[in-house]
Design a protein around this ligand. Structure first.
Ligand code: SME
Length: 137
């Protein structure tokens, strides 16, 4: 069984590969449920340092996905009321939940500096990836 450190190294590598291979992925990271609290804690990521290390359930795009358990594609972040800004460069965002044993335990969050860059292919890739990630958690 992997130690938490091994798992975090793998998660960071996933972020690095996505960041390198997909030009419009400009902040790529994981958030996970913080113990038994109704909040998310920042996990491994690649991109600008973010103030959003802890996100209460319901707050921002990430906090909404923590409750809904559904992928949230935001073509234009400026059109969102319940949005937590990480960087002024961010124009779009996609958040895909991670389910383990039927429970919504975290998510991958990707910000883009392009407007409306995310396609069905991104959703499919990230859904597949989240299923794979669940297996190593
Ligand atoms: N934009 C997110 C917060 C996380 S940062 O983008 C890394 C949100 O609205 O939940």
């Amino acid at each position: 069984l992997d130690s938490p450190q091994d798992t975090n190294v793998k998660l960071l590598k996933i972020c690095q590969v996505l960041d390198k291979e997909i030009s419009y992925y400009n902040w790529t990271g994981f958030y996970f449920k913080n113990g038994d609290k109704d909040e998310l804690a920042l996990g491994p990521y690649v991109g600008a340092v973010t103030d959003h290390v802890i996100i209460p359930y319901g707050k921002g795009i990430c906090g909404q996905v923590a409750i809904s358990g559904e992928t949230f594609v935001v073509p234009d972040v400026h059109a969102q009321d319940n949005y937590l800004s990480c960087s002024i460069d961010t124009k779009a965002e996609i958040v895909v939940p991670i389910f383990k044993d039927g429970e919504n335990i975290g998510q991958i969050d990707i910000d883009s500096h392009s407007i409306d860059p995310f396609t069905k292919e991104d959703e499919e890739l990230l859904n597949w990836l989240c299923d794979e990630v669940a297996k190593i958690l």
